[in-house]
Ligand binder design. Structure first.
Ligand SMILES: *Cc1c(COP(=O)(O)O)cnc(C)c1O
Length: 388
């Protein structure tokens, strides 16, 4: 019997068994508090945190002291945006972000607007890539921060973040990069790219849920940030709260695995994704790839099936776990703001589905997925014809 195939790796990735193994000691015998500096239980926990911090830093070419653990990318971007807002408000009260950012970034800006901040949303081109001229034109003397993601969660479109960083540096504006969907899946060097703030999430890179990190550059520039959570002064005072040692150990291991495997894995997934797309394009006339022509992550296919409802298509292929519309939060029923920003009509958005592949998808599963999609489209088009 065919088991359901998980093709929603951009919503969350399965935990790599090797990351689970790295977590187990800290869920059992080595339960110490990493802040307990008086005894061996604390030392063992603290040692695990140091190793993980180094593993994360290595993944993005930062220094260990520049990594701050949080509960996930949502918290990281909240801390970054609100923390920078408070620290730099004497410079001005204006921020910039892309229209296609994750809700975590958009909603935090919305919150700041209620606090009297001005926010400029920068449009993207039809292929989903930022309009750099518009970005440059949006910067003002009172702009304190630009937020732009590295890879889009819905389309996989990769933004030219080194170029964005260059524009921000020239204008003396800080830049936050939400790298949740790209970290561990493509080479990422914050120093070379000139990125001063970067958000990460473990459960998007085969680590556990509920753990993330914020990278803050210490030099050129040294980023100041007002903490948003107060308590025991953990994480150099930037983020208080007893450290989630098992989560951190799993996150670190996930980063180490990714550092070693990401290049080969990207090539494998790109091959599988390309043949998946080629098969569908050959079988389904009119099929469109959202984000075509842009640099895209090698494991994402956001497809538009003209004349077919994505929601209905999903009901015809219950063995495939895929995502419709705005995917990340089930609470949100509104059509994708990302596809809308790319100029798709409401009907085109409703006809779009996201397939996101991952480390544990096999060539057989991808073959099954392609056949299943083609079969389901056939069912819907024949019933549509019958209804005429
Ligand atoms: C998943 C995701 C987030 C939120 O991360 P959590 O760790 O789940 O809070 C933020 N930004 C992007 C681009 C994401 O894909």
């Amino acid at each position: 019997m065919q088991k359901p195939v998980y093709l929603d790796n951009n919503a969350t990735t399965p935990l790599d068994p090797r990351a689970l193994e790295a977590m187990m000691p800290f869920l059992t015998g080595q339960f110490g508090n990493a802040s307990s500096s008086q005894h061996v239980f604390g030392w063992l926990a603290d040692e695990a945190v140091s190793v993980a911090r180094w593993q994360l830093a290595t993944l993005i070419n930062a220094f260990s002291e520049e990594i701050y653990f949080t509960s996930g990318a949502t918290e990281s971007v909240n801390l970054a945006i609100k923390g920078v807002a408070e620290a730099y408000q004497t410079k001005g009260r204006h921020m910039v972000c892309l229209e296609t950012e994750h809700r975590a970034v958009l909603d935090t800006h919305e919150y700041l607007k209620h606090k009297g901040w001005e926010v400029t949303l920068v449009p993207v081109k039809r292929n989903g890539m930022v309009n750099l001229e518009a970005l440059e034109a949006s910067l003002r003397p009172d702009t304190v921060l630009v937020s732009a993601m590295l890879a889009n969660n819905e389309t996989g479109v990769i933004q030219p973040v080194a170029e964005i960083a260059r524009i921000c540096t020239a204008a003396d504006v800080l830049f936050l990069c939400d790298a949740s969907q790209a970290a561990g899946k493509m080479l990422l060097n914050v120093k070379e790219a000139g990125i001063p703030l970067l958000a990460l999430s473990a459960h998007k890179m085969y680590g556990p849920k509920g753990i993330g990190a914020l990278y803050l550059s210490r030099r050129n520039p040294r980023v100041s940030l007002i903490p948003q959570q107060h308590g025991g002064g953990h994480e150099s005072g930037k983020r208080s709260g007893t450290l989630n040692v098992p989560g951190i150990a799993g996150f670190g291991k996930a980063a180490e695995i990714a550092s070693q495997e990401l290049e080969a894995e990207a090539i494998r997934l790109e091959g599988l994704r390309n043949s998946f797309e080629a098969r569908l394009l050959a079988a389904l006339p009119g099929l469109k790839i959202n984000g075509m022509g842009a640099a895209r992550m090698p494991h994402v296919s956001n497809l538009m099936f003209p004349g077919i409802s994505g929601a209905e298509l999903m009901t015809k292929m219950p063995m495939l776990a895929v995502a419709a519309g705005s995917a990340c939060s089930a609470a949100d029923e509104t059509p994708s703001h990302v596809l809308k920003a790319m100029g798709l009509s409401e009907a085109e958005i409703k006809s779009s589905l996201r397939f996101s592949f991952g480390r544990f998808n096999t060539a057989d599963e991808m073959e099954f997925a392609a056949l299943t999609v083609i079969g389901a489209c056939g069912l819907l088009t024949t019933s549509a014809i019958r209804n005429i």
